[in-house]
Design a binder for this molecule. Structure first.
Ligand code: LLP
Length: 431
């Protein structure tokens, strides 16, 4: 009935998530983001199982924590035996504070600072994903100083143009991430890296983009990357042992979205990996995948209170809510699609075309334009669905709005995992 299995409607006609009545939850104050723990774990397990089934367990699922990073989320990923993709000192700090084993942390980023690299080596993170040779020199220097060997994975631009929003494409040559294959830049880098002290080249990585529905670009990426491993072997004699194929699996935001089951991506890519390895006489490498959105995205909803409904005859009807681009900047950034439901009238038909507007002083602060909603009035609770990935993690304090409370529900019981910010929090670094 809804975009996610964890959502339902109860006998009062209220939207529920994980067995909790969202109208009751909204009484704690809005905006509020609510995650369903069972749904998160279900997604984690689907990916872990796909590594078991398609690669005989010789691989690892690393959760892209940029999609939603907090102590509880990291704990869940640890309990589900996953690795963690982090992109900053802050995400490393969060992971370590949550007790995540450093050796399963993979450190990404196109411009890691000296301090971040030093912290990463001190903590003993499992792999540093190297973006460029300037960074490599810094890592080598730091590793020498600390008398350790840095285990690295090299980020490659495989030259694949995935069909998704321009801002979330990363595999094509015109990208700020990684080194290009087709210009020979990546091969040159590999040859150089093999001569650098205190560096162990463990693997190669690519990530072609985000919110991708087609299977074919993932197959193509697998083919290109295995060929690169084969080329490295034939040109240098060195066999790369790890292949990281990134994340980017599309999820359901709108009813009309038809994502493939995650397993179908794994199955298709693994077939290509195995066939290509056979063709080139290579061992199948240890496979790493980096899902973020597909773990967290469809497992949460954001609840808002309607403040007013403004009809502009012949033009549109604005429904004003008590959050906006400060907790969900994805519409203003990418014109992202969402389903919007009146939580206290969830069993009624959505008959009214409305534009859901946030409370920031910015005309573009919309959550959705011309979307169907039940007839709503001030005081109603509006739920925006599939807001688990890149919402809280991209939230800001624009207009000095406080970041919302975040709840985790499990089998009908809710607990706070992130407190709502206070006014005092907003000025705590101000002098
Ligand atoms: N690996 C790498 C290297 C990445 O850059 C990303 C996402 C992922 C994995 C995870 O991709 P996912 O499975 O979540 O699609 N803020 C945008 C999305 C930016 C994606 C950044 N990188 C949005 O809200 O749509």
């Amino acid at each position: 009935m809804f975009v996610s299995d964890c959502l339902n409607v109860n006998e009062k006609g209220h939207l529920t998530i994980g067995g909790c009545d969202t109208v009751e939850l909204a009484k704690r104050g809005t905006p509020i983001i609510v995650y369903d723990e069972n749904e998160i774990r279900k997604n984690c397990r689907a990916f872990v199982k796909s590594i078991e089934e398609n690669y005989d367990g010789k691989g690892r699922v690393i959760y892209a924590s940029k999609s939603f990073s907090c102590l509880e989320m990291v704990r869940i990923c640890n309990q589900e035996n996953m690795g963690l993709d982090v992109v900053s000192g802050g995400e490393i700090y969060t992971a370590l504070k949550a007790g995540f084993p450093a050796e399963r942390i993979y450190f990404h980023g196109n411009n890691k600072s000296y301090e971040e690299l030093s912290e990463a080596l001190n903590a003993g993170v499992g792999r540093i994903m190297v973006d460029n040779l300037t960074e490599l020199e810094t890592i080598s220097e730091l590793a020498k100083e600390k008398n350790v060997k840095a285990n690295i994975i090299l980020r490659i631009k495989p030259g694949i143009d995935a069909h998704t929003h321009d801002f979330v494409k990363t595999g094509q040559i015109d990208s700020k991430f990684g080194l290009a294959l087709e210009t020979g830049e990546a091969m040159e880098a590999v040859k150089h890296i093999l001569t650098v002290d205190n560096i162990e080249l463990c693997g190669v990585h690519c990530h072609i983009g985000s919110q991708i529905f087609d299977i074919e670009p993932f197959e193509h990426a697998a083919e290109v990357m295995v060929k690169f491993i084969a080329d490295i072997k034939s040109e240098t004699g060195y066999e790369i042992k790890e292949l990281d194929l990134g994340g980017g699996f599309g999820i359901k935001y709108k009813e009309s979205d038809k994502p493939n089951p995650y397993d179908s991506y794994m199955k298709a890519a693994s077939k290509v990996v195995k066939a290509e390895c056979k063709k080139y006489g290579l061992e199948v490498p240890f496979i790493i995948i980096e899902p973020g959105r597909s773990i967290a995205g469809a497992t949460a909803v954001t609840l808002y209170t309607v403040g007013s409904v403004k009809e502009i005859p012949g033009i549109r009807t604005y429904v004003a809510i008590d959050g906006g681009m400060s907790d969900n900047p994805r519409y203003i950034l990418y014109q992202a699609d969402y389903e919007v439901v009146c939580a206290n009238k969830a069993s009624e038909e959505r008959t009214k075309k409305v534009t859901v507007a946030g409370k920031c002083c910015e005309s573009g602060d919309l959550i959705q334009e011309d979307t169907m909603l039940q007839e709503v009035e001030a005081g109603d609770i509006v739920a925006v669905l599939s807001t688990g990935a890149y919402n809280y993690s991209m939230a800001s304090n624009y207009n000095k709005l406080r970041k919302p409370e975040v709840l985790m529900v499990k089998d009908g019981v809710a607990r706070t995992i992130i407190k709502r910010e206070t006014y005092e929090d907003l000025i705590k670094n101000e002098i």
